[in-house]
Design a protein around this ligand. Structure first.
Ligand code: PLP
Length: 451
């Protein structure tokens, strides 16, 4: 199986591969100290190894955003009538090329992945309400779908009479084949009662635990099995794995630009494949543009700050300062996070939660079982303790053992991220913090008692 991070393409698709050796040698690229300056607003003393949750935005982009905000505040009417829509179209056009979409009309800019999920699931809810779907028709999701997306399914699908098929994925995971087999099984089980599957929601990179999903293969299975529409929740994808929406072949595909693509919060693109029959999608915030197509509707949802949607050209300029552009950034992040993950796993005598090629710019690393992470609450207490006592910001996952026996098993994992601003010291601090807790005989249960 090929590397799913590449999604069928290799690292030669970067926007700097035309650079001659001579240019590279002259080191036109951003230096370490310039990177440091770009992220100097990060709170000092914190090892921020959680880019995955909220992303990060460099100083030059914050400055660009401020310029856009000022342009609006200086002459709002001129900005509204003459510049805003042009600016958003420019961003959509750049995104269209980045993701290999056919038409700019296929690309809408929305706030975030949560909004995109609401757009797609609201559409499913209407189909139930208007009698196009029958009660009991199903939506498929992975058991580790993002919590907010699960709530959206509850609000728009379950409430309207739809049923939900949950596909359990294995973790730790050893190969794409394990995921593909479970997906096939889950889908077959869901269809066994004669239910029509109206929508599958597949993560490109699951949030917790974090794994790159063989999304192209799962979309293909959905097509073979007659699933009507496929929505890929790729909140983490752009900037951390290769994204080619045509190759992936889903009907809808969302990725945040504020996680791994250096945009300020909050901005995401929602791709809607044009060749799918009229999707009749609408933004949940209805305004003047209702009925003019999702991309146009989304570009005006009332008076608000649109600056995060307008800085995409400046973000591409920032990215072009790095050798290899976004491909270079994501490949180096991937290599570094795997290296740091292996260093931690060796130090703690544990393992990674997935093979390296199934890690994006994040990796799951097993925690020593003697810390006794035995519940979600334990995981969250340990996370808080690492932040408050050691200045380490890292999410922690509790993985219930399959057969209930957790005595010697790894049941806790840290999800480490690597972005351009991280240094080895960030991960050493995490390693040493955990080692100190072990030396002190701390368990998650004793942290509870301390509270
Ligand atoms: C898989 C997945 N979907 C959706 C989201 C929601 O993203 P946002 O909060 O930007 O809407 C996240 C956030 O981490 C995520 O990991």
């Amino acid at each position: 199986m090929e590397d799913p991070r590449a999604n069928g393409e290799r690292s030669h698709d970067n926007n700097n591969n035309h650079l001659s050796k001579k240019q590279k040698l002259s080191s036109k690229f951003i230096s370490d100290s310039e990177i440091h300056q770009e992220f100097a607003h990060h709170q000092l003393g914190i090892s921020r190894i959680n880019n995955g949750s909220f992303g990060s935005c460099p100083a030059s982009i914050i400055a660009a955003q401020k310029r856009w905000q000022l342009r609006f505040l200086q002459q709002p009417d001129d900005f509204f009538f003459n510049h805003l829509q042009k600016g958003i179209l420019r961003s959509r056009t750049l995104i269209k090329s980045l993701i290999n979409a056919d038409h700019v009309d296929e690309v809408s800019i929305v706030d975030n992945a949560t909004t995109a999920a609401a757009i797609v699931l609201q559409h499913v809810g209407w189909a139930f309400a208007e009698g196009r779907f029958e009660k009991g028709d199903a939506v498929v999701m992975l058991h580790c779908a993002f919590q907010a997306v699960k709530k959206s399914i509850e609000a728009y699908v379950t409430r309207a009479g739809g049923s939900v098929i949950v596909v359990q994925l294995p973790f730790p995971v050893h190969s794409e084949q394990e995921i593909i087999a479970e997906f096939r099984k889950g889908l077959a089980k869901g269809k066994a009662h004669g239910r029509k599957v109206r929508l599958a929601i597949i993560d490109h990179i699951t949030s917790m635990p974090c794994v790159v999903i063989p999304v192209r293969e799962l979309v293909q299975i959905c097509r073979e099995e007659g699933v009507e529409k496929v929505f890929v929740d790729a909140a983490h994808a752009i900037g951390s794995v290769h994204v080619d929406v045509k190759q992936i072949g889903a009907d809808f595909y969302v990725s945040n630009l504020h996680k791994w693509f250096f945009c300020p919060p909050s901005v995401a693109f929602l791709y809607c494949r044009k060749s799918s029959p009229d999707p009749d999608l609408h933004h949940p915030v209805v305004s003047h543009e209702y009925g003019n197509g999702l991309a146009i509707e989304s570009a005006w949802i009332g008076t608000r700050d649109y600056s995060s949607q307008l800085v995409v050209p400046e973000v591409l300029d920032f990215i072009s300062r790095f050798e290899g552009g976004i491909v270079g950034i994501r490949d180096r992040n991937h290599e570094a996070v795997v290296k740091m993950g292996e260093m931690l796993a060796n130090a703690w005598e544990t393992h990674l939660g997935s093979p390296p090629h199934m890690c994006p710019s994040m990796a799951m690393v097993g925690l020593p079982s003697s810390l006794r992470v035995l519940s979600d609450e334990d995981a969250s207490r340990l996370r808080t303790h690492l932040r408050n006592r050691f200045g380490v910001e890292v999410p922690i996952h509790y993985q219930a053992p399959k057969d209930g026996n957790d005595s010697d098993r790894v049941t806790g994992y840290v999800r480490i991220s690597h972005q351009v601003y991280n240094t080895v010291d960030d991960y050493l601090r995490l390693r040493d913090a955990i080692n100190l807790l072990l030396e002190e005989g701390v368990t998650c249960q004793s942290l509870h008692k301390d509270k």
